[in-house]
Design a protein around this ligand. Structure first.
Ligand code: CP
Ligand code: NVA
Length: 313
């Protein structure tokens, strides 16, 4: 049977269709158990090290609470306080942590850092967000869409905003793998990474769906079941605020734009959100918004990732 035991979880693209399905099924099952008050200590006695080089609310809390609910524990390690922040190498850090813990989660800048950590660790490494990918979020997003719409295949989704962004990239990979159509719409100069887009286009074609890009937000939103956006200024890009606010001004998800979506469209955002920038308050605080269901599902999705990677036979 398909399993992810002992594996790393760095991008959605590295998972097969069956592995993504396993994660979604496991998440749904763990969610049901938690809601029913059923003890599920599948990772009793195990420990997860969590390295944060960037801020986090949801990712940190979901992994920490998740490990606790699975009978294990998690350590929050800020790179500011670690020797990593004073120049100890990623490779040495990976080897040392591997002697102490059962898994390592890292949130960092360059995706190459996660790859280097994974290459040198002897325990599973989980990508808790890099500049290029946010795969744990997208497992939660797919679970959320499935819960609300009953399926993924055949749905039409769009991502409006910064296409050269971890969310846009992981959503392209997630849609392509699950049979959901997805169009990314961004201004000039903020298109998705060419290689990621191209690989997703090919995988989508094999899976009977379409992913793609258009610079027109109206074209992207037309007839959509799911409308997604994310910040115009990701962590590390704060210095470009003025330039980005100008570049993205026609890409706000607002009442006028969502008129083009299906009448029962759903709005999603990984959060944190910036009302009045990438999304109008009426939309994120309105009746089509499922952003807090989406946030909650980080817990269930992360627990599924942890269980599938770390559970012993
Ligand atoms: N969506 C998300 O990853 O949130 P945090 O930055 O709060 O972890
Ligand atoms: N694209 C955002 C996501 C935050 C969860 C960022 O990288 O800051």
């Amino acid at each position: 049977a398909v399993n992810l035991k002992g594996r790393d979880f760095l991008t959605i693209a590295e998972c097969s269709e069956e592995e993504i399905q396993l994660l979604l099924d496991t998440a749904a099952d763990l969610k049901k158990k938690q809601k029913a008050g059923i003890v599920h200590h599948d990772l009793a006695g195990q420990t997860l090290a969590m390295i944060f080089e960037k801020s986090s609310t949801r990712t940190r809390v979901a992994f920490e609470v998740g490990m606790y609910q699975l009978g294990g524990s998690a350590l929050y390690l800020s790179s500011r306080d670690m020797q990593l922040g004073r120049g100890e190498t990623i490779a040495d850090t990976a080897q040392v942590l591997s002697r102490f813990v059962d898994g390592i989660m890292i949130r960092t800048f360059g995706h190459d850092k996660v790859e280097e950590l994974a290459a040198n660790a002897t325990v599973p490494v989980i990508n808790g967000l890099t500049d290029a990918h946010h795969p744990t979020q997208v497992i939660a997003d797919l679970l959320t869409i499935q819960e609300h719409k009953g399926n993924l295949r055949g749905l039409k989704a769009c991502f409006i905003g910064d296409g050269y962004n971890n969310m846009a990239h992981s959503l392209l990979e997630g849609a392509a793998a699950t049979g959901m159509d997805l169009i990314v719409s961004s201004p000039n100069g903020y298109e998705p990474d060419g290689e990621i887009l191209e690989a997703a286009v090919k995988r989508a074609a094999r899976n009977g769906c379409t992913v793609g890009f258009t610079s027109s937000p109206e074209e992207a939103v037309e007839g959509c079941d799911i409308v997604i956006t994310d910040t115009w200024m990701s962590m590390g890009e704060e210095g470009e605020a003025e330039k980005r606010l100008a570049a993205f001004k026609d890409y706000q998800v607002n009442e006028q734009l969502v008129k083009l979506a299906k009448p029962d469209y759903l709005f999603m955002h990984c959060l944190p959100a910036h009302r009045g920038e990438e999304v109008a308050s009426e939309i994120i605080d309105g009746s089509h918004s499922i952003v807090f269901d989406e946030a909650e599902n980080r817990l269930h999705a992360h627990k599924a990732i942890l269980k599938c990677l770390l559970e012993k036979d």
